[in-house]
Design a protein around this ligand. Sequence first.
Ligand code: SF4
Length: 113
Amino acid sequence: MKIGIIRCQATEDYCPGTTDFKTMKLRKGSFAELPAHEDLELVGFVSCGGCPGKKAVLRARELVRRGAQCIAFASCIQNGNPLGFPCPQAQQLMDAVRRGIGTDIKFLNYTHS
Ligand code: SF4
């Protein structure tokens, strides 16, 4: 399964995504939900584009255009890792992406704990 990850742009200075990549490789965290028989391939790792996150929809579409079958919202968005500071628009952002790219895509609301 091809995966695209969307992360919080405001968190980039604190985190280059290392734990997301490691968690995906180990099929831990939310990646454990994906079919065990399918290889996982990362097709892109993008940010939301900055507050208030409206660019996330266009970026998700581009990930899908490049083959993503699953969009994972990195834990910096909903859970606020690593600062304990969730995105104030997390639900709105994730809902907009879901509406914007349709129902054929699998979504993961976080990546790791
Ligand atoms: S909109 Fe949310 S996810 Fe995007 S940079 Fe701002 S706080 Fe981070």
